[in-house]
Design a protein around this ligand. Sequence first.
Ligand SMILES: *[C@@H]1O[C@H](CO)[C@@H](O)[C@H](O)[C@H]1NC(C)=O
Ligand SMILES: *[C@@H]1O[C@H](CO)[C@@H](O)[C@H](O)[C@H]1NC(C)=O
Ligand SMILES: *[C@@H]1O[C@H](CO)[C@@H](O)[C@H](O)[C@H]1NC(C)=O
Ligand SMILES: [Cu+2]
Length: 580
Amino acid sequence: MTTLSFCRSIAATLLVALLFFTIADAAPPEFTSTPRNRIFFWKVTTTNMAPDGVMRPVILVNEKYPGPKIEVNRGDFITVVVENALDFPTTFHWHGLTMRDDPWYDGVPGQNQCPIPPGTNFTYAFGTDDVVGTHWWHAHFDNQYIDGLVGSLIIRDTPEKDPFLGAYDEERTILISDWYHNPTGPLLQTYLSPQSSGMEPIPNNGLINGKHTFDCSKVQAGLTCTGGERTVFHFLPNQRYRLRIINSSAAAAFLFSIDEHQLQVIEADGTDLNPLLVDSLPINAGQRYSVIVTTNQEIKNYWMRAEMGVECLPDIKGTNLDPIVLAEVRYQGAGAVAPTSVGRFVPDPKAKETQVNPAFAAACQDLDLFQLHPLRSEPILEPITNSILLRISFKRDESEVMRGYLNGITFTGGNPWVPTIVQNLNASHEYEVSQHVMKLEKRDSIVQIIFDNSRGGEHPFHLHGHVFQVVGQGHGVYEEGKSVLNTINPLRRDTATVPKNGYTVIRFKADNPGVWALHCHIEWHVTTGLVMQFIELPDELRAMKIPAHVAKLCETGPPNDFKMHSGFTPPAAGKKPHKK
Ligand SMILES: *[C@@H]1O[C@H](CO)[C@@H](O)[C@H](O)[C@H]1NC(C)=O
Ligand SMILES: *[C@@H]1O[C@H](CO)[C@@H](O)[C@H](O)[C@H]1NC(C)=O
Ligand SMILES: *[C@@H]1O[C@H](CO)[C@@H](O)[C@H](O)[C@H]1NC(C)=O
Ligand SMILES: [Cu+2]
């Protein structure tokens, strides 16, 4: 038994004996010369909360929104003891981690684990491999992250290895999200009906670190509104702040900026970059960036802006969405007064139409791929051994509901209580077409995926289990040999936007046994089927032992009257929630 697998089995089975370890929730952990096991205790409940002043039922970890931050050091081992105090199942995904040797803790129900039944505890225990940087965790069951189950996951580099040590004085984590005033239950009921024509639910607001204001005169009838407040960042003058920005949206892409300050981009999804100076930063759902901002401007207060890319949302006319989400940056000495700074883009107050910031001009897309290069150079992965073309399309199914398709297949999820990783134990198992399984049989094969989105809106695609190279991104149809590829030290990340009417090309090496989801991170599109799964190195995976407490989850089966994709509908007041 290796040290690591020994560590794993301890973490999973002898938890009580480990209670003396620190609970790393608030303060960042001290650096230690040897990696530590960091244990977190999470209780998942439903409650009422008003992040933007509008009260609604939410699902939370430890009564917090955003949920508790996981902050560890390079090489640490993470143990999360989840107490599911909900009356429905849940699972958690660690977005950005590769889950090498721990594929059953990746959190996708129906693929690599069975759901955590209501009223029970489950322990996630996994290594962080060699991953560092800005990541996040979120529920992967139903659409629960839209209802509040989301938080940041930061892996700090060791002083010996950190290329940016000394390049900044302090750091802050900024979680940006779109926000809905209704729980996902009623939203999904509309979205999954023929009447929606596939128009995603439009958010009512956006939040920066779980807060924003809302104009109560626009609130939907029946909801209580107290107006909310903004997050305030207290900055000292002449300091360099590393801002770790996470886009935990369900639908909206944002353009992030701080008035009168430039941003030096140094990290994308855990990959350190050659610094790039920008005025504003587009971030799609699931993506993360670190920027360094220097507080060398006049001592006053400034707006931090996360402008929603309304052109990537359905028409917002007639809705109550204010697409400009604000927080305050207060310089020490400037006092507690609201900023009066103006953004680089000032809409004409007399215009009747919604005006679009020209920085979003070419619709919602990533920073120019060809300008972002990893600090630690790696050659392009070649030669390609598996080339996979994935055509993205939407069409109505037999019940007239608009669904998403990859190569004509709409993913319906399979049976959450018989996940692919269990089915794979039978080497000759035949998968349902709707599970959209692709096997990658040969170790170290180089897989290229070409996303063809020549007829649709933008989709930020996330691959589990890997950090991939983004070798192409552009408009129109990808043409082998003709479309320009990013062949020199290409960007490495785990979530890349497939632009509207365009293509994206990624490559990765099949060296991580597991069942890995590939899906659009617009959470609504997950529900309508824009998902597939790789069984990577199925023979090696079969030889790995599923821990007993993970296997046991599959014995319970679904709660009574369970229905996939029914979302979160809180029990009516005075009614007892139903139990199994
Ligand atoms: C789950 O864990 C919590 C806190 O660690 C504990 O109080 C509770 O008794 C556990 N519940 C079950 C069903 O084991
Ligand atoms: C987050 O992602 C969503 C969905 O693609 C996008 O609309 C939004 O603009 C992104 N936010 C930021 C800050 O870039
Ligand atoms: C494995 O799957 C095949 C094909 O579905 C089936 O015929 C066979 O009985 C299964 N074997 C076992 C041991 O379950
Ligand atoms: Cu999508």
